[in-house]
Design a protein around this ligand. Structure first.
Ligand code: URA
Length: 252
């Protein structure tokens, strides 16, 4: 291959979502599986491939999970979401399972994919700071002040692209089961994609700060901390939403 062919091959990989080289030497994957021996018989006509209902399979698998560990294992075994193939690992959750507040974000980014925990990059640091101002934390064992944090999607989308509707639809049964097992008093939906998944609505500027309901729980939509990092002026509304959350928790 000449320079231009190599450049085109590299660009094609980048377009497919590859964003870093993992090993110094390439693996010839075609050499790993021995080629099937010819049988001498004519090839059978291909059978009609049955349509796989990824959402129904996810719903069934999620319903069988009786504990958080079982749910995590079930999600790790679920193979129908292509994001799994591009991610380093499943990012399940962080914080305290007995928490009154469950935060649901969009999907892991690069830092979360590396560390295996949600909201650990810059947006996560802002999230921790924001909630610390109303006395809530993912670290504290005190259930009254604890947070539990997860995402709509447990695998990082390539190059942090937006989640696709079918990816959200097939992971939603796992999220619903996750909420059932945690049984929080309230859910905070971080940003548009979490609102789309939980409430079937978009338009975070209109939705934020207004109580909704999903999975039988009160849901407070808030601006995503990544948006707040880019738009400082919106921190004022975020602070109002944090106060609304605090007063809801003290009223109960
Ligand atoms: N953004 C999210 O929505 N979730 C994360 O875990 C990190 C960044």
């Amino acid at each position: 291959m000449g320079f231009w062919d190599l450049k085109a091959a590299l660009e094609w990989q980048i377009a497919c979502g590859v964003d870093e080289a993992i090993q110094d030497t390439p693996i010839d994957r075609t050499a790993l599986e021995p080629a099937a021996k010819p049988t001498g018989k004519p090839a059978a006509a291909p059978e009609a491939v049955a349509e796989v209902d990824a959402v129904a399979i996810a719903r069934h698998a999620a319903s069988e999970a009786d504990t958080l560990d079982a749910l995590k294992a079930t999600m790790e075994a679920y193979d129908l979401c292509d994001l799994k193939r591009g991610a380093r690992q499943l990012v399940f959750a962080d914080g305290q399972p007995g928490a009154r507040v469950m935060i649901i974000g969009e999907a892991p980014g690069r830092d979360e994919d590396l560390q295996g925990k949600p909201f650990v990059g810059r947006a996560g640091q802002l999230l921790d700071l924001m909630f610390s101002h109303i006395g809530l934390s993912r670290e504290t064992p005190d259930k009254q002040r604890a947070l539990y944090i997860t995402n709509v999607l447990p695998w990082r989308p390539p190059q942090n692209r937006d989640p696709l509707p079918d990816e959200m639809a097939m992971m939603l049964p796992f999220l619903a089961r996750h909420v059932e097992l945690i049984d929080p008093d309230v859910i905070v939906a971080m940003g548009n994609h979490a609102c789309q998944a939980l409430l079937g609505k978009r338009g975070i500027t209109r939705l934020r700060g207004t109580w909704n309901e999903a999975f039988g729980k009160p849901v407070l939509p808030m601006f995503h901390p990544a948006y707040l990092l880019r738009t400082s002026a919106a921190k004022r509304e975020a602070w109002a939403d944090l106060l609304a959350l605090k007063s809801r928790l003290t009223d109960k």
